[in-house]
Design a protein around this ligand. Structure first.
Ligand SMILES: [Zn+2]
Length: 276
């Protein structure tokens, strides 16, 4: 198997959910072994922020990366998920500010565009790292663990910790052999609880939020209508694929429950320490 990049550049724009500003991203093809690199094109000279676990600077509500000059890019997880989920190894992602667009809260817009422009197989072989023993991290009642395997598969549980009467725990599974990222994972939207909305707005977050940008879990019901019965755990899985794109490609069986960006990135670090 060989490394892949995108065939043509493309641009997408949309609202950045936390700042409320319009944000634009352009994805470009990249040389073999580049990996995924963000480029802040609103500053001159451009600032490079590598999509690596050591760049993670904040995991509250979304994943934020920072370079050695102090430049940040946040809300990277859905774009990283689409890139990794669509099998792209090398790409440069230009962004004209600190925050990537939220789009509809899912990874569909980016994944569909990657499919539309196509990919190029490059001349350098793709390698997968492995683990030799179980790797596990915990935080409160939440955990993530990896078991040795010759392929990659995910199983992620959303815990109904807010005890909403009409919700229950839900689990989603995904592997790249039996499932299709673009139809099974990319459409799953982000979500928040109605009671959190005012609190987050008062903290200066989700200034651009509306029902066009994700799911709201209300006291009586969820709105708008769900795309999958298990859309919440599918989105948790989407986020996990995105956060694990911050470490090199690997093979393992991943099982998690109650995951968050904090736990995902803690796990990514521990996994990286054990990958050979
Ligand atoms: Zn998310």
């Amino acid at each position: 198997m060989y490394q892949k990049t995108i065939r043509n550049s493309f641009t997408l724009d949309g609202i950045a959910i936390h700042s409320g500003n319009l944000s634009e991203i352009t994805l470009h093809s990249a040389q073999p072994n580049t990996g995924i690199v963000f480029r802040r094109v609103d500053v001159h000279p451009y600032e490079i922020i590598e999509a690596k676990i050591d760049s993670v600077s904040n995991t509250e509500r979304c994943t934020q990366l920072k370079n050695m000059h102090g430049y940040v890019v946040s809300m990277v997880e859905h774009t990283l998920s689409a890139v990794r989920g669509m099998g792209i190894d090398n790409v440069i992602i230009d962004v004209n500010g600190e925050e990537l667009p939220i789009f509809d809260g899912s990874a569909t817009d980016i994944a569909a565009k990657i499919l539309e422009v196509g990919h190029v197989q490059q001349e350098v072989k793709k390698t997968y790292l492995h683990i030799q023993q179980k790797v596990r991290v915990e935080h409160g009642n939440s955990f993530l663990e990896a078991h040795p395997s010759s392929m990659i598969s995910y199983s992620v549980c959303f815990k109904n910790e807010h005890k909403m009467a009409y919700l229950s725990d839900q689990t989603s599974n995904f592997n790249f052999i039996e499932n299709d990222y673009i139809t099974d994972i990319a459409p799953a939207r982000t979500f928040c609880f109605e009671e959190e909305v005012m609190y987050l707005k008062s903290k200066g977050l989700i200034q651009g939020a509306s029902l066009d940008h994700g799911i709201v879990i209300g006291k009586q019901k969820i709105y708008p209508n769900l795309r999958f019965q298990d859309e919440l755990s599918r989105h948790k899985l989407l986020d996990l694929i995105g956060d694990l794109a911050l470490i090199p490609s690997f093979h393992a069986t991943i099982i998690g429950s109650g995951t968050s960006h904090y736990l995902n990135t803690l796990f990514a670090r521990e996994l990286l320490n054990n990958l050979i």
